[in-house]
Design a protein around this ligand. Sequence first.
Ligand SMILES: *[C@@H]1O[C@H](CO)[C@@H](O)[C@H](O)[C@H]1NC(C)=O
Ligand SMILES: *[C@@H]1O[C@H](CO)[C@@H](O)[C@H](O)[C@H]1NC(C)=O
Ligand SMILES: *[C@@H]1O[C@H](CO)[C@@H](O)[C@H](O)[C@H]1NC(C)=O
Ligand SMILES: *[C@@H]1O[C@H](CO)[C@@H](O)[C@H](O)[C@H]1NC(C)=O
Ligand SMILES: *[C@@H]1O[C@H](CO)[C@@H](O)[C@H](O)[C@H]1NC(C)=O
Ligand SMILES: *[C@@H]1O[C@H](CO)[C@@H](O)[C@H](O)[C@H]1NC(C)=O
Ligand SMILES: [Ca+2]
Ligand SMILES: [Ca+2]
Length: 304
Amino acid sequence: MRNCVILVLSVIFSSSEAPPPQESKQYRSDYEYNRKTDAFYKLHIETTPHYLVEPLCQVEGAELMVPRSDYDIEQMHAMFKKFPDIGNYVWVGNDGKDHESAEEEPIINLEEPPNFSDRFGTCVVGTRTGDVETSVCYRGLPYICKVAAMDAPYDRHCNVYGKDYKYYASTGSCYKISKIAFPWSEAYSECQAEGAHLVVVNSEAEHLAIMNLTSAAPKVRNTKASYFVFAGFRAEKPVGNATVVFKTIFNETLSQAGYENWSDNEPNNSNGEYCGSIFLNDGKLNDLHCHDSFGFICEKEVSL
Ligand SMILES: *[C@@H]1O[C@H](CO)[C@@H](O)[C@H](O)[C@H]1NC(C)=O
Ligand SMILES: *[C@@H]1O[C@H](CO)[C@@H](O)[C@H](O)[C@H]1NC(C)=O
Ligand SMILES: *[C@@H]1O[C@H](CO)[C@@H](O)[C@H](O)[C@H]1NC(C)=O
Ligand SMILES: *[C@@H]1O[C@H](CO)[C@@H](O)[C@H](O)[C@H]1NC(C)=O
Ligand SMILES: *[C@@H]1O[C@H](CO)[C@@H](O)[C@H](O)[C@H]1NC(C)=O
Ligand SMILES: *[C@@H]1O[C@H](CO)[C@@H](O)[C@H](O)[C@H]1NC(C)=O
Ligand SMILES: [Ca+2]
Ligand SMILES: [Ca+2]
């Protein structure tokens, strides 16, 4: 009986699109695989405060890399080499060991310097030369995310490298609403890296599906306003007084895409709002500033 269940399960699973990262050794397009550790890594070159790095790695299904072996250090060293100009330190996770401080001791100590570690704590950094040291947490640094191949999230039905995608039979697409806010172009890249794209509303049915999705959505961290989410359309800044034309990320007008119901009094292009969003109260469209951070919805078509 038990063998029978296993057989049935394996038939169901083997009928899907691609093997999981554990077998394929493929993960998000922005992660690289290391055979020796059987894990995927990404060096984030953006200067980032320490308190944000763990949640940002989690967005990508990963964790802040804890240097556990010489192979992790080798990987870190190799990634540093590709970026000569990002400074000499990256945030890494705490391995629980004692490390030297990366701060230089003052040579002459005329006055008592403020004890920053006292006030802000000490965090663990990896160095360009391949050491692990400690540093005050209050600074911003690049950081390294890592996920073991066996833990790398993959949704077989939706064929995306991410959890929390929800399938809607009414549209034949899977959707995910982000838990953290990004500017429009970072939201675009994030969906892309997961194997999806920023949501494009193609019908009234899809408008309803998105209303349903957002009605049960948890709070979005760091968002400028919780009643908007970015979507997959935007406009070029017009030359002179030409009209602003919004197009989807597939270069269709909204009318060609199949849904152009703007929210009341939108688009208002207030001080140059050129990026598309969805208004959560009515699921209709709105324009926002591209550089502000909002939640966003990724979409992946499953059956057309
Ligand atoms: C600064 O504070 C940290 C954490 O409380 C402590 O470990 C360290 O000894 C202090 N350094 C000095 C110079 O007082
Ligand atoms: C736009 O909204 C109206 C009602 O608010 C609805 O009747 C109509 O079907 C919508 N248009 C599209 C293209 O979904
Ligand atoms: C969303 O859709 C599910 C499944 O069809 C349904 O059970 C649920 O009531 C819907 N939620 C809302 C708020 O419409
Ligand atoms: C802007 O609009 C005005 C009046 O509609 C027109 O005369 C002018 O030529 C336009 N300028 C450009 C750069 O298109
Ligand atoms: C987008 O479409 C317009 C016309 O519909 C076309 O002129 C333009 O070349 C297209 N752009 C891209 C990047 O395909
Ligand atoms: C324009 O739209 C934004 C929402 O995208 C809204 O916050 C803002 O108040 C509107 N501005 C004006 C002048 O109506
Ligand atoms: Ca769609
Ligand atoms: Ca607007």
